[in-house]
Design a protein around this ligand. Structure first.
Ligand code: G3P
Length: 209
């Protein structure tokens, strides 16, 4: 299988609009018309409950992990480590782009957080776990999933630099791209956060005083 074909397959896998299909097939609604309007795990949690939110998060992560692992279908991947990493990043990003602009759902998808996490988990699990730490800490303190996602995304390049000391040029580009992508897909959230009207999720509820 050649590289281009695999990239297309990765995009098609990433394009599976989990939250849209769940909302349509099980609830007869379009998740994009409810809550924040985002076709992602957070909005599914908000609108359809924790069970479906968790389901969507897991499937959206798995999509990207599967896409990254497609690299092992390339015979050269076993001999050249840099080529393997190159292809994993390309395939993972193709899946994330598919998640954000899904061909199966009018190109109106989610913000790519769960898929980006799945991608990083598939390529660099240590860095993914560090980002989860930031995400959970910010979520615990603020209950804003969007802010947690944004800060975890921004910290991603920092963790790459810290863990690798002298990272490959490729890793630097990848790290900065992830951070920028998260900021790009959260523009509306950033506006709401600045205006003070971003909604919080009722997880890890703060005790009322
Ligand atoms: O996973 C996306 C999250 O960071 C924000 O989602 O629905 O609050 O815009 P939402």
């Amino acid at each position: 299988m050649n590289e281009f074909l695999l990239i297309v397959v990765a995009y098609l896998i990433g394009s599976i609009p989990t939250s849209v299909w769940v909302s349509q097939y099980f609830f007869d609604i379009d998740i994009r018309e409810y809550g924040s309007g985002n076709a992602g795990a957070t909005n599914t949690y908000r609108v359809l409950g924790s069970k479906w939110g968790t389901f969507v998060m897991i499937v959206d992560m798995i999509k990207a992990i599967v896409a990254v692992k497609l690299a092992f279908f390339l015979p050269d991947a076993y001999d050249h480590e840099l080529y393997l990493i190159n292809m994993q990043i390309g395939l993972g990003l193709a899946a994330v782009v598919g998640h954000i602009f899904p061909i199966w759902a009018d190109f109106r998808g989610g913000k790519g957080v769960a898929s980006l996490f799945g991608m990083v988990l598939g390529i660099q699990p240590n860095v993914a776990l560090c980002c989860v730490g930031v995400f959970l800490l910010v979520l615990f303190l603020t209950r804003w999933v969007s802010l947690s996602s944004i800060l975890a995304g921004i910290m991603f390049p920092v963790f790459i630099l810290a863990i690798f000391n002298e990272p490959e040029h490729l890793y630097r580009i990848f790290a900065v791209m992830v951070g920028l992508l998260i900021i790009f897909t959260h523009q509306k959230n950033i506006g709401r956060l600045l205006r003070g009207n971003e909604s919080k999720v009722p997880i890890l509820k703060h005790r009322d005083r």
